[in-house]
Structures are given as structure tokens and as C-alpha cells.
Design a protein around this ligand. Structure first.
Ligand code: ATP
Length: 897
């Protein structure tokens, strides 16, 4: 195919790509798809499995262990060599599994974030995955869209494209359709739109001329990475802390080794093994791995609940959200619109029907029958509804569906109810120019001509806005009379109070020669034809979700572009607090920052706002130390979403550009999914905290037991080889189960954590100290008890080793509930991963304790049932003690981990 598309006129491009303006047929598209392949850029090469496995050995702890293998080999302590080496391999396997889990979680996210494109096929607009595009497809670009392939533009309306990724030019460039000289440089090809660039304003239609790696973007070999590494500030902090701690511990172990050898406490070979095992026990090596898995599990759980986390650190922030600022339309409401009311200058109508089906009646509700309207005005209304409209309706097995804006879909169904043949009449009119809808100006206008020499400007938008553009209205008999502004404002208010979304429709007939629509032409001379009221019922699940927010101490603020009356009515229906108090965008503009900061506390409903107000609201709330989640869909929402602590974009309604700015994408646009994500965010944070609270006391307790024995010149209750086993096999396996912990029952019944709350708070430090002391006492106690009973050193050590594992298991059951009670049936019933790990570890311990070669390897002996029972009772005693301490701590001091 020829590459100089920019030098060819549109007709030639269509001919060459064997396409036409009504698009390819789906059969043709499918055939081309088989020939050309998917419209994707080459994937990032993933690391081969063996390399990933080898990489697990690149870690300070493993170096220490490998060095220890060498030293033990030199010292001819072959048993130690084998054990240490086995531990190294087991560690690598767990690390490998953890990375695999994280990788598959991220791959899943990438898949769900795949971009879509608006395409004309079989003469109809359809939303398709961008990857299915083929050469010849007709693509529609709207503000905020990411250009999905290389396009030769066929039609443009004020189109501006930001091409920085390709050309480095940071200003958006204006596009047009005229052909250009062949040697025009890439950055100046104003009739082309290239894959990977962004539409900032306007809209356009173009034909695909290249896909995937044949595009300009593909040719420069850029790879797209949508999702970053699986990490959060907390995980990074812990990883950094672990690394720092590792060096510190190695230093101390070295110093201790030097000191103990100088005092000749034990032979050097033995001391060396002790130091290695202490270092391994103390270093929280498993922590970052377990935390990464916790994140991976959290990311997947959120995705199942329709929230895809694009920016992974937000998982943590989500758990701390204290205010959710949400859109109304489509988030709190269903965004399934139907026109239910129509007001003319002298008559009101009710409209019946079901969804987007084009059947229903328009019933005159005006009591005074003398004011019956005439057909001509209804035809005008129908024509405006049809022409000032970009949506399409399709009938499918599930009923009538809209492609495009649901409000415009409702207008089409309404036009049909007024007797207009939508398909037929659309073909009769040709749109010469348009002013696209903009959330700042709140209207849309088109200029259309028919074949009989008629030309109309059709306008629809927010009533207050349209009223400023009109001087006239139609009275009975389509007589033009002076605009009765008060009447229309009162009508708009009346409809809004019923929770209806109100739209004003206006028009002006223009000369047949008029083909350009200027904003200035619309300043005052339009004729207002009528108002329509649309129902958009609240989603059933919204009410429960808002109730849940209240219990969780999370404020909910509705920010809508809609009429204040509609906003209040819907706020009441969904249960937003203080719904009667509404602040409009223009009232907000008149407040100083201080006044606004004060008002923002009590006001929960904001109406007629524009995207700039969202930004101001986020800033005001953040100034009050709130952690703000903000939703958005349009391109102009991007700055507010970026500024918010968690920017949430609607996956269905949101533009691709807004998705780029957001932290979280909601696949179902539903408010309830935001609340579910917050709950999941709290769960992830809690689980990270549980991992740390469980891991550290275990490590500290066990290493302290050995250090004390060494310094006091006593026999070691646990040998170095045993300590390695406990730390690198049992501890990691058990710790992993915390990643799968479900949400604690009352997690959404307490206020959000403070934004600057540190993780290592007093209560956690205390817990570490307390449990470490209990570990030391238990290990020593049981060891000494066995020796006092006249048992051999092997049996005493066997009891100590098994006690260490049992304590870990009981502590694990305890840590599952840091807010509620741990001694309940629900708490003790555990989870499947928990019991799987416990059973595996118990079996492993049984093997070590009772199989002779293993006994020899670990230097222990079999235990009889009395001893086993004692070990178990020590575990129970630990659980009861820490639970008692927790209940006292929470009840009397409200001091939580
Ligand atoms: P939100 O989604 O934030 O709850 P919204 O959808 O009502 O609010 P906008 O999309 O900014 O907010 O719309 C604001 C107003 O602009 C609407 O109330 C309506 O009057 C008008 N409007 C919305 N969409 C269109 C459109 N496509 N054409 C003309 N006017 C529109």
C-alpha cells in the first residue's frame, strides 16, 4: 500500500483502502483482520521463566546463605550444607511463585484496560476493542479519544490533536482534511491522525490506513506499558527498611561472632552457624514477597468488584479515603434515560414508553384544552431532537440500545414518538457544521441543510444557558412571540423538582447559503421551542452504598453539571445528607477561598458545576486534611482527577484521555463499586499490617531466644539448622496466607485512618515487644521443663522446635482479627489458604519429628502424646494471653494496631 496518504484526496484514500463512508461490512472486516492481524504493538518481551528463577538468587540474604554453604562445606559440616542449600532453593521457589502471581495480576489488569474505538461498520456506529481495527475501517474521533490507528481524516469539526508522543510538539495541533504536498513532514501532516496521539477538542471521522506495527508509532518501536510495578509506598518503605535492617543485622551478627569467638563461648564452626541462623531469623526476608502477593490478591479482588487499579499505590490510599466526590449521572443514577415530559410555551405533555423503544404516546396534560398545541411545533421539537444529536439506536435481542450519549438516545426515541422516521429523516439532512457539547458552555448546536433548500441551526442545552441565547418563542400556530423568560425558568424548576433532567431545545432558520456555524451567531436570536424533562432513576445499589459510607465515616458529595432542582431531588432519593442545601457553580465562583473552605464542610450537593469547580473542591477538601476520591468522565475532569488522592474514571462513559489521568477505572461506572474499592483498599492495608505484625515478633522472638542462650552460656533451645527451617520454610508458608485474608466484618464500621498515620505506631511496636517476650519465655520454658523432667537434649529441642511452629500458627489465628475478637467460631474457622498452610506445616513437622533420617538431620527426637499436648496447650495459652491483652488494650485505651 502507498504510504503518502496525506498527499491523496479523501476519495482516493477510500478507493485505495477499498472502503466508503458507511464503513466496511463486518464480514469484510473479519476477512481483513485475518489477513492483517490485530491492531496491536509488539508486546514487551517477558523474561523467560528460567531467568526469573535465577534472579531469585540475587539477594543479600541468599548471598549470605550461599557463603554459609561454602564455609560449612570447608568445615566439612555436610548436614548444615545440605540444609542451608535446601533452604536457599525453597526460598527461590517461593520468590518465583510470588513474582508469577504479581505478574499475572498485572497482565490481567493490562487486558482489562485495553483501549476501545468508535467505528462505523455495516453503516452503524459501534464501540469495538481497538485491537480489532483493520485498514479501511471508518473511525470516529471525539474529544478525549486516543487515536486508535493511523487515520487519514475525512471530516473534521474543530479537531485538535496532541501529538507530543510522536513529534515532541507539546501544543495541540489543528487538523483539517485537504490534501498536502508529498514531502510534508510528519509533524505537519494536518490531515492525518496517528496512533497513540490524543484528541483534545472537536471531533472527526477518518479512515484507517495503517494498524499495529505498520503505524508511525509502531515503526519507531515504542512499547506501551500501561501498568507500573506492583508496589505501593508501604511496600517500598518495608523493602527499604528490610534492606537497611539486613545490613544492620549482618553487622551485629558479625560483631557478635567476633565477640563470642574472642570469649571462646563455643567452637568457631558452631558459632558461625549460630550467627548465620540468627541473621536469617532476624532478617525479615519474606516480608516484601508476602506483601507483594497481598497487593496482587487485592488488585484481583478489586477487579472482580469492577474497580481496576491503574496506579498501584492508590490501593493503599483507597483505604484511607474520607470523602468521595461523585458525579450524578450514570454513577449514582442508571444513565438509562427517557423523556417523560415536554413543555411548550403554553402546554405541557407527558410522554409514555419504555426505555429507548421508539413506541409511546405524547399526551397533552394541559387542563385548558383551548391551549392545544399544533403539529408544527411538535415537528420542530422532533427535528431538533433528531439533528442536534450524535447517538444511534439499535434493536437487539436485549431490546433497544444506544450507541453514544444516553440522553441523545432518549431524544431519538422521543423524536420517533413524535412521528419522525429517524433513519429516513437523518438521510434527508446533511450536517454542514456544528459546535460540539462542552461541559463549560452546556449546549450543543448544529447547522443542517435538507435537499429542498431548508437550513436550520438546532440547539439543545441547559435551560439557563439556552435562555440567554433566545429572544423569541413559539406560541400557538407556531407564531413567533417575545420570550417569556420567567415562564420558562419556572417550568425548568418545576420539572427539575421532580428529579427530571431538563434540556431546552431552540432553533433558527437560516439561509440556504449559510454553511458555517459561528459561536457569535448564537448569541441571542434563537427561538425557544420547548423544554424536555428526562427521567434517569437512581441505581438500586446506590442507597445502600451511601449508607455504608456513612457508617464508615466517609463523606459523600454529589457534583453535577445538572440543574440544582434535579440535583436536590436525586440527592434526596439516594440518601445524601443535607440534600436541600445546594451550591451552584456560579455561587461558588463568588466565594473567597476561606468562605469556600467553610461551606464545603456542610454542603454535599453541588450543581451546575463545570470541571474547574471540581479541582477547586478537591483542593479545599485536601486543605482540611481530607483524603479525597473524585470521579470524572470528560477530558476536562483530568486535572481534578490528577489532583485528587484517588482519581476515579468511569470505564464505560469516560474518555481515554481521562482514563490516563485516573488512578482507578470503574468498569461498571457504578457508585457502589467505589465503595467496594474503598472497602477492598482497607482490607489490603489491614492485611499488609497483619503481615508485618505477624512476621516481626516471630523473627525477633526466635533470634532473641538464641542470643540470650549464647550470652548466658546456656544450651541452645533451638539449633541453627532448626532455626533456619522454622524461618525459611514454615514462617514464609504461614505468612503467605495473610495475603488471602478476607475483609474483617467491621472494617467499614470505623472511621478512615488518618492520611499521615504511620504504620509502625506505638501499638504495633508494643505488640512486637510483647509477643517476642512471650516467644522467648515459651521456648525457654518448654526447653527447660523437658530437661528438668530428665529428657534428652534431642527431645527438649524437639519440644522447643515444635513449640515455635505451634506459636506461629496460633499467633497467625490471633492476627487475623486486629479489630474484632479472635476467640470466636468465625475467627477460628479460618480460610481455605490458612488451613491448607497449617495442614502442610503440621505434616512437615510430623515428618521432621518422627522420620528417623530427618530427626537426625535436625538433631531432634520423637515426642509422645503428653509432650505434643503440652506444646499445643502452650499455643492455646499464647492465643488466650494475646487476645486478653488486645481486648484490654482496645476497650480501656482504644489502642489498636
Ligand atoms: P454529572 O455527570 O456530572 O452528574 P451532568 O452529566 O449533568 O452531570 P454535564 O454532562 O456537564 O453534567 O451536563 C451539564 C448540563 O449540560 C446538563 O444538565 C444538560 O443540561 C446539558 N447537556 C449535557 N449533555 C448535553 C448534550 N450532549 N447536548 C446538550 N446539552 C447537554
Amino acid at each position: 500500500m502507498q504510504a503518502n496518504w496525506h498527499a491523496m484526496p479523501p476519495a482516493a484514500v477510500l478507493q485505495q483502502t477499498q472502503s466508503n463512508t458507511s464503513g466496511l461490512t463486518s464480514v469484510e472486516a473479519e476477512q481483513r483482520f485475518h489477513e492483517q492481524g490485530p491492531n496491536t504493538l509488539p508486546a514487551i518481551k517477558t523474561e523467560p521463566a528460567w531467568k526469573r528463577f535465577i534472579r531469585q538468587f540475587h539477594n543479600v540474604l541468599i548471598y549470605v546463605l550461599l557463603a554459609a554453604t561454602g564455609v560449612t562445606l570447608l568445615l566439612q559440616h555436610y548436614v548444615d550444607t545440605v540444609v542451608i542449600f535446601a533452604v536457599v532453593v525453597i526460598n527461590a521457589i517461593i520468590g518465583y511463585y510470588q513474582e508469577g502471581k504479581a505478574e499475572s495480576a498485572l497482565a490481567g489488569l493490562r487486558h482489562m484496560l485495553a483501549p476501545t474505538a468508535l467505528v462505523v461498520r455495516d453503516g452503524k456506529r459501534q464501540q469495538l476493542p481497538a485491537e480489532q481495527l483493520v485498514v479501511g475501517d471508518i473511525v470516529i474521533l471525539e474529544a478525549g479519544a486516543r487515536v486508535p490507528a493511523d487515520l487519514r481524516l475525512l471530516e473534521t469539526f474543530s479537531l485538535q490533536v496532541q501529538e507530543a508522543v510522536l513529534t515532541g510538539e507539546s501544543h495541540a495541533v489543528t487538523k483539517q482534511t485537504e490534501d498536502l504536498a508529498e514531502q510534508t513532514a510528519l509533524g505537519s501532516r494536518s490531515n492525518m491522525a496517528y496512533l497513540g496521539t490524543w484528541v483534545t477538542t472537536g471531533h472527526a471521522q477518518g479512515v484507517v490506513v495503517a494498524t499495529g506495527s505498520s503505524t508511525e508509532f509502531g515503526r519507531i518501536g515504542v512499547m506501551l506499558t500501561e501498568v507500573s510495578k506492583l508496589t505501593t509506598p508501604l511496600v517500598e518503605q518495608t523493602a527499604r527498611f528490610s534492606k537497611w535492617l539486613t545490613f544492620l543485622i549482618l553487622f551485629f551478627a558479625g560483631a557478635l561472632l567476633a565477640y563470642a569467638s574472642w570469649l571462646q563461648l563455643k567452637p568457631f564452626a558452631e558459632l558461625f552457624m549460630i550467627m548465620v541462623s540468627i541473621a536469617v531469623a532476624a532478617i525479615p526476608e519474606g516480608l516484601p514477597a508476602v506483601m507483594t502477593i497481598t497487593l496482587a490478591v487485592g488488585v484481583q479482588a478489586m477487579a472482580r468488584r469492577h474497580a481496576i487499579v491503574r496506579h498501584l499505590p492508590s490501593i493503599e490510599t483507597l483505604g484511607a479515603v474520607s470523602v468521595i466526590c461523585t458525579d450524578k449521572t450514570g454513577t449514582l443514577t442508571r444513565n438509562e434515560m427517557m423523556i417523560a415530559a415536554l413543555s411548550l410555551s403554553d402546554a405541557q405533555f407527558n410522554i409514555t414508553g419504555d426505555g429507548y423503544a421508539p413506541n409511546g404516546e405524547v399526551i397533552n396534560a394541559t387542563v385548558d384544552t383551548a391551549l392545544v398545541s399544533d403539529e408544527a411545533r411538535l415537528r420542530d421539537i422532533g427535528r431538533i431532537a433528531l439533528l442536534c444529536n450524535d447517538a444511534q439506536l439499535h434493536e437487539s435481542a436485549d431490546g433497544w440500545q444506544v450507541v453514544g450519549d444516553p440522553m441523545e438516545g432518549a431524544l431519538l426515541a422521543f423524536a420517533a414518538k413524535l412521528g419522525i422516521s429517524v433513519e429516513h429523516d437523518r438521510r434527508q439532512w446533511h450536517r454542514h457544521d456544528e459546535i460540539p457539547f462542552d461541559a463549560e458552555t452546556r449546549y450543543m448546536a448544529t447547522l443542517d441543510h435538507d435537499h429542498q433548500g431548508h437550513a436550520f441551526v438546532s440547539v439543545k442545552g441547559a435551560p439557563e444557558q439556552i435562555l440567554t441565547m433566545c429572544s423569541w418563542q413559539y406560541a400557538v400556530g407556531r407564531q413567533v412571540t417575545e420570550l417569556n423568560r420567567d415562564y420558562w425558568l419556572a417550568e425548568a424548576k418545576r420539572l427539575a423538582a421532580q428529579g427530571l433532567r431538563v434540556l431546552a431545545l431552540a432553533q433558527r432558520q437560516v439561509a440556504d447559503t449559510d454553511v458555517v456555524l459561528e459561536q457569535s451567531e448564537l448569541s441571542k436570536d434563537l427561538v425557544l421551542v420547548g423544554l424536555v424533562g428526562l427521567i434517569d432513576p437512581p441505581r438500586a445499589e446506590t442507597i445502600a452504598a451511601i449508607q455504608q459510607c456513612r457508617q464508615a465515616g466517609i463523606g459523600v458529595k454529589m457534583i453535577t453539571g445538572d440543574h440544582p432542582g434535579t440535583a436536590t431531588a436525586i440527592a434526596h432519593q439516594v440518601g445524601i445528607e443535607n440534600a436541600d442545601k445546594v451550591l451552584t457553580g456560579s455561587e461558588l465562583d463568588n466565594l473567597s477561598d476561606e468562605q469556600f473552605n467553610d461551606t464545603v464542610k456542610e454542603v454535599h450537593v453541588f450543581a451546575r458545576t463545570s470541571p474547574a469547580h471540581k479541582l477547586r473542591l478537591v483542593q479545599a477538601l485536601q486543605a482540611q486534611q481530607q483524603v479525597v476520591a473524585m470521579t470524572g468522565d470528560g477530558v476536562n475532569d483530568a486535572p481534578a482527577l490528577k489532583r485528587a488522592d484517588v482519581g476515579i474514571v468511569m470505564g464505560i462513559r469516560g474518555s481515554e484521555a481521562t482514563k490516563q489521568a485516573a488512578d482507578v477505572v470503574l468498569t461498571d461506572d457504578n457508585f457502589a463499586s467505589i465503595v467496594a474499592a474503598v472497602q477492598q483498599g482497607r482490607t489490603v492495608y489491614d492485611n499488609l499490617k497483619k503481615v508485618i505484625s505477624w512476621d516481626i515478633p516471630t523473627s525477633v522472638g526466635e533470634s532473641m531466644a538464641i542470643i540470650l542462650a549464647l550470652l548466658l552460656g546456656l544450651a541452645l533451645p533451638i539449633t541453627p539448622v532448626q532455626l533456619l527451617w522454622v524461618n525459611l520454610v514454615t514462617a514464609i508458608t504461614l505468612g503467605l496466607t495473610l495475603a488471602f485474608e478476607p475483609t474483617e466484618p467491621n472494617s467499614m464500621k470505623r472511621p478512615p485512618r488518618h492520611r499521615s498515620e504511620p504504620l509502625l505506631r506505638g501499638a504495633l511496636v508494643w505488640h512486637v515487644v510483647f509477643v517476642s517476650i512471650l516467644f522467648v519465655i515459651a521456648l525457654y520454658g518448654v526447653f527447660q521443663y523437658a530437661l528438668n523432667q530428665g529428657q534428652s537434649l534431642e527431645v527438649a529441642r524437639s519440644m522447643a522446635l515444635n513449640t515455635a511452629v505451634v506459636l506461629e500458627i496460633f499467633h497467625l489465628f490471633f492476627i487475623r482479627n486486629i479489630y474484632g475478637a479472635s476467640l470466636t467460631w468465625r475467627a477460628l474457622r479460618g480460610t481455605r489458604p490458612l488451613w491448607t498452610a497449617v495442614i502442610l506445616i503440621v505434616m512437615a513437622q510430623a515428618l521432621v519429628t518422627y522420620v528417623q533420617p530427618l530427626q537426625q538431620l535436625f538433631g531432634i527426637a520423637a515426642l509422645d502424646w503428653h509432650e505434643v499436648l503440652l506444646v499445643l496447650l502452650i499455643g492455646v495459652a499464647l492465643l488466650v494471653t494475646v487476645e486478653f491483652e488486645k481486648q484490654l488494650r482496645i476497650r480501656f485505651f482504644n489502642w489498636r494496631l
